[in-house]
Design a protein around this ligand. Structure first.
Ligand code: SGN
Ligand code: CA
Length: 552
């Protein structure tokens, strides 16, 4: 979608002039001059834990403010619910099979291909990448990059700054913000527009809160999701995973019950326990700094909070349902505490932009590399094409903070229970759309081979959108054992095919069954519907050139 461009002009300044001349009343005028973009992406941030979407669990006032001064996307999805693949989709505007990074286990991003930062840079933009990268090869196309190694660590993490290893003391989310603000303040060429990619490691497993936030949700008993006790009847692929809170969440590693006496164990997961003890029980001498591990002072504050909890856990010797629900509460308390720090940091970024007069000419995007299960179906983690992990939050603050008056959407929201707001954009968007959108914001023509579509017109009051979405997940056999699958999501239905060492179709009517408990594939009376959805799936596979049905 490139309706806003005049091809004889190019570059940000030219586009700004064209756009501000638009006469259509619905179309929002953009400010004079080029726009900047601050693209904030968390790792595993569920829409359920953003109060702009869902108020059941926690408040996120700073993240919510972005939506309040722009728009909230209520049908925002990923193409492949996993970190590396999502990041590659975002950078290239292409599905995984086209950008080549299909899974974390074996993926190495080919940085010689066309990417968003390269195009931006070639058109006069300054580009910076700060925080989690996770694409194995060194970043290309950035004026400045300062990335966490691998998954990154919560405490005292290692960064690679333009190729040079740097260990920074402190908490990952705070440091990432600081590095980004330093670049805004001192690193960039202030005569050029910029796109800053600010990628937090938080709230990725193992959900380690900042010391100042330890215990802040201890007074809260989180409501159990309706599908917490899912028995997976009718859904074999849903049953055959290893991401259940009950069976797979490790008490020592995930929930930090690393006791000094080494008496607490979870059967069958010795490596996770060892890792957990190494993370939370390093007991370093005063003054020693080991990357990724807490210093003695940090450990003392950590222990002051965790030691009594560990004692209590030992005394209670929970089992069965009580243990399962205790795990859920601990998981949620840690996760929400980690998000509280993210929210505070988003506030700091906002304050910086405000204090430096950048709020009027900067678009702020907030998203996650995918959704996350907060106990729905008894799960943590993501990967599935089920709503909680397929959806991802997407909030966009507009320059000047003008709340978007969204054109009436052709698409309804099924599969998530959001209140209605007049700045909601319910058209289907996907993370392959981020690259063309940011190019569109910058006034740069979108190359033909990009598969995503700009959603900038949706924000400026024009119509657009697509009728269905394509999904393809590849990482199996691997951690969490979610089978490979691909599928199609239409407004009302979600059809997925799990393949490789399984051959199972799942079909959900999200209007009647938003929680996805009943697989109606093969039920009497669904033949016509299934045939039409399979045709749509094949259309998308042809459109995106991913003829998987021929391969498996
Ligand atoms: C790690 C986690 C997994 C998680 C993957 C992928 N295990 O391997 O639970 O699914 O990352 O996450 S851990 O024992 O190392 O914590 S992703 O967001 O990076 O794709
Ligand atoms: Ca992730």
């Amino acid at each position: 979608m490139k309706p806003l461009l005049i091809l004889s002009l190019s570059g940000p300044v030219a586009a700004a002039a064209v756009l501000s001349c638009k006469e259509d009343k619905q179309v929002v005028k953009r400010p004079e001059g080029p726009l900047n973009v601050v693209y904030i992406m968390c790792d595993d941030h569920s829409y359920q834990t953003i109060s702009a979407y869902d108020r059941r669990f926690m408040e996120t006032p700073n993240i919510d403010r972005l939506a309040g001064e722009g728009a909230r996307f209520t049908n925002s999805f990923v193409a492949n619910s996993l970190s590396g693949p999502s990041r590659a989709c975002m950078l290239t505007g292409k599905h995984s099979h086209k950008n080549g990074f299909t899974n974390n286990e074996h993926g190495v991003f080919d940085g010689s291909q066309q990417t968003l930062p390269k195009i931006l840079r070639a058109n006069g933009y300054q580009t910076a990448m700060v925080g989690k990268w996770h694409l194995v090869s060194d970043p290309t196309g950035f004026d400045y990059w300062d990335i966490l190694t691998g998954q990154g660590d919560y405490y005292n993490p290692v960064f690679i700054r333009n190729g040079e290893r740097v260990v920074r003391e402190g908490y990952s989310t705070d440091i990432t913000t600081q590095v980004a603000m330093d670049w805004l303040e001192e690193g960039r060429d202030k005569d050029k527009p910029f796109v800053l990619f600010l990628h937090y490691k938080a709230p990725h497993r193992s959900w380690m809160p900042d010391l100042q936030d330890l215990g802040m949700y201890d007074h809260v008993t989180f409501p159990l999701p309706e599908t917490f006790y899912d028995d997976y009847a009718t859904r074999e692929a849903a049953a055959r995973q290893e991401m259940s809170i009950l069976a797979d969440m490790n008490v020592v590693y995930d929930l930090k019950m690393a006791d000094r006496e080494n008496e607490i164990h979870t059967p069958d997961q010795p490596w996770l326990e060892d890792y957990g003890r190494d993370l939370y029980r390093r007991d370093l001498p005063e003054g020693e700094l080991v990357p990724g591990r807490m210093t003695a002072a940090q450990q003392a504050a950590w222990d002051a909070y965790y030691d009594p909890l560990i004692e209590r856990f030992k005394q209670d010797s929970l089992s069965g349902k009580a243990l399962y629900e205790w795990k859920y509460q601990r998981y949620m308390r840690d996760y929400c505490s980690v998000i509280h720090s993210v929210d505070r940091n988003v506030g700091q970024v906002y304050d910086y932009l405000e204090a430096h007069g950048l709020l009027d000419n900067t678009v702020v995007i907030y998203t996650s590399d995918q959704g996350f299960f907060m106990g729905e179906h008894g799960y943590f983690d993501k990967r599935f094409m089920y709503e909680e992990s397929f959806r991802t939050p997407l909030l966009v603050r507009m320059p000047g903070g003008k709340k978007v008056k969204a054109a009436k959407s052709r698409t309804r929201v099924y599969g998530a229970d959001f209140d209605r707001r007049d700045n909601d954009i319910a058209e289907f968007v996907q993370n392959i759309d981020y690259a063309p959108t940011i190019l569109d914001i910058a006034g740069i023509p979108v190359p033909e081979d990009i598969q995503g579509e700009s959603f900038w017109p949706l924000l400026t009051g024009e119509k657009g959108g697509r009728k269905s979405l394509y999904y393809h997940y590849y990482e199996y056999p691997a951690e969490h054992s979610v089978r490979r699958h691909y599928g199609v999501r239409t407004e009302r239905y979600s059809l997925m095919h799990f393949y490789n060492d399984i051959d199972e179709w799942e079909l959900f009517d999200l209007k009647k069954d938003p929680l996805q408990l009943r697989n109606i594939y093969g039920e009497p009376g669904t033949g016509k519907l299934t045939a039409s959805l399979r045709r749509e799936l094949e259309r998308l596979q042809a459109l995106y050139d991913d003829p998987v049905s021929e391969k498996n």
